[in-house]
Design a protein around this ligand. Sequence first.
Ligand code: HEM
Length: 122
Amino acid sequence: MAQSLYDKYGGFPTISALVHKFYDKLLNSPTLENYFRGANMERLMDHQTKFLCMVLGGPNNYTGRELGAAHGHLNITPGAFGEVAQHLKTTLEEGGVSAEDVGTILGVVASTQSAIVKQAHP
Ligand code: HEM
């Protein structure tokens, strides 16, 4: 069986460090900061870390809500989603993840867009 991306990049400690760097970027963005104000960041990072571990083929300890339920009240725009995906891409690249694996991970992220984004009603 092919090695999972989770194992390839060093497992939980690596993913946890990447998620922390990712959140630093999100909180430093003037457009995104609003979405995260009031969120319990410690809990959010814990959930995001477990979620990414699962997505990358590691252990499945994710006990958070289904993505649609977790984001529905936030009215996330397509632009905000795109910016978050871009910050994740930069974080992974800076963390030494290969271009091919970044592409794979971003593909998984893109597949969550319809659950997370509230389409604007003209
Ligand atoms: C890119 C794909 C995304 C994934 C995989 C993802 C994943 C998650 C996960 C696993 C949680 C925890 C759910 C829980 O606590 O039960 C969460 C919560 C949250 N996410 Fe995301 N997310 C994504 C995109 C976004 C975007 C684009 C935004 C805002 C622009 C956002 C803002 C938030 C906030 C504010 C919470 C906390 C909600 C609350 O506790 O009330 N997320 N996300």
